[in-house]
Design a protein around this ligand. Structure first.
Ligand code: DHB
Length: 390
């Protein structure tokens, strides 16, 4: 079998790319190791839920935004909580746009629905076991649910298989730029009213806490914990007590039924280059950001926008120059998002080094007082690239 573009992975990046290409008349086929049900409903798939203004726009322009516009929540900005005070940072005033709160797995569900509805094809439960001949005539080797090995010949192959990417290994001599952080996040999803009508990023001596949401009745909260922590050490009462301690009295996290609990280690990773021959990496396969600031999926959408333009230049005008420049073009927004995620992470989490911890507190107080720094935060949070600032 042959297709124009073979895509490994049906996450937000692979799905959006396949859907955009299909709308432009380019045939793409997605191979995904998991089942559709797992992608859409598994509680372990609960990911970030903040869309940059431009990410929301991209979903609308791709024709998959109907449900997002109906059920998502528009936020003007965020709250910062520290030194026992609550401060609102208004992105709409500082950067001209708000943000959109809508769970990543809801968007995945919508993308699958629209892509299949438009006649697109996704091979669920088909595991890719090898990528061959990526310089000349790429071949994707995969296993069917029945265990048969098959081959798909492609003009281009895209690796969109997430943070534990296997496709990533197909870039020979790739450099991995990495950083690990000395803490993790304990995340919960709970049936209760969110702590405030917009997100609260709380920095407290006991550690960072984040109060987010998925709807007016579903709270999504996180606690900074040590790397050695285990979920068994966190019974429900302890979680609610700690969340409230870290709010320092400026708001209240009301206990409710906890639907999901998870631990997330924090790391940064950039793969360079993001391409080899007729093979390209997008999304978490190419880079990972720590979750603070919710850049992951937004960054994946930026990669897809750049690769889509490059593929269309090739298919429309036989112009290969944008494909040749894919890595250098994408790395501009990648490093900007890496920088912002690092900045947010090291600004808000208590740090083990006492000197760095004092510097951090100085930075945070400066942010509270400086409209310039608040604007820096706002511009980055709403998205420098998707809102067309660059
Ligand atoms: C969420 C996650 C984040 O990392 C963040 O910065 C904001 C919100 C969330 O899951 O809702």
């Amino acid at each position: 079998r042959r297709v124009q573009v073979g895509i490994v992975g049906a996450g937000p990046a692979g799905l959006l790319l396949a859907h955009l290409l299909r709308r432009a008349g380019v045939e793409a086929l997605i191979l995904e190791a998991r089942s559709r049900e797992y992608l859409e409903t598994s509680p372990h798939r609960i990911r970030a839920g903040v869309l940059e203004w431009g990410t929301k726009e991209m979903a609308v322009m791709a024709g998959v935004g109907d449900r997002m516009l109906r059920e998502g929540l528009e936020h003007k900005g965020i709250y910062l909580a520290f030194d026992r005070a609550l401060q609102h940072v208004n992105f709409q005033i500082l950067a001209g746009h708000g943000i959109w709160v809508y769970g990543q797995q809801y968007l995945v569900r919508d993308l699958i629905h629209h892509h299949l509805g438009a006649g697109g094809e996704i091979l669920f439960e088909h595991e890719v076991v090898g990528l061959e001949n990526l310089e000349e005539n790429p071949v994707v080797v995969y296993r069917t649910p029945e265990g048969q090995e098959k081959q798909l010949a492609c003009e281009f192959v895209v690796g969109a298989d997430g943070s534990h990417s296997l496709a990533r290994q197909c870039i020979p001599q790739a450099k991995l730029h990495q950083k690990a952080y000395p803490f993790a996040w304990l995340g919960i999803l709970a049936e209760t009213r969110p702590a405030a009508e917009e997100l609260i990023y709380a920095s407290h001596e006991r550690g960072f806490a984040l109060f987010s949401m998925r709807s007016p009745t579903l709270a999504r909260n996180y606690l900074q914990v040590s790397l050695e922590e285990r979920l068994e050490q966190w019974p429900e009462e302890r979680i609610w007590e700690e969340l409230n301690l870290r709010l320092g009295g400026v708001a209240e996290a009301r206990p409710g039924t906890i639907l999901e609990k998870s631990l997330t280690p924090m790391r940064s990773l950039v793969v360079e280059p993001m391409q080899h021959g007729r093979f390209f990496l997008v999304g978490d396969a190419a880079h990972v950001v720590p979750p603070t600031g919710a850049k992951g999926m937004n960054l994946a959408f930026c990669d897809v926008a750049v690769l889509y333009q490059a593929l269309m230049a090739y298919y429309r005008d036989q112009d290969r120059s944008l494909l040749a420049r894919f890595t250098s073009e994408a790395l501009r927004h990648v490093w900007q998002a890496e920088f912002f995620s690092y900045w947010m992470t090291t600004l808000l989490h208590t740090l083990p080094d006492p000197f760095e911890e004092k510097l951090r507190q100085a930075k945070l107080r400066h942010l509270a007082e400086s409209p310039h720094l608040q604007r820096f935060l706002a511009e980055n949070y709403v998205g420098l690239y998707t809102s067309g600032r660059y």
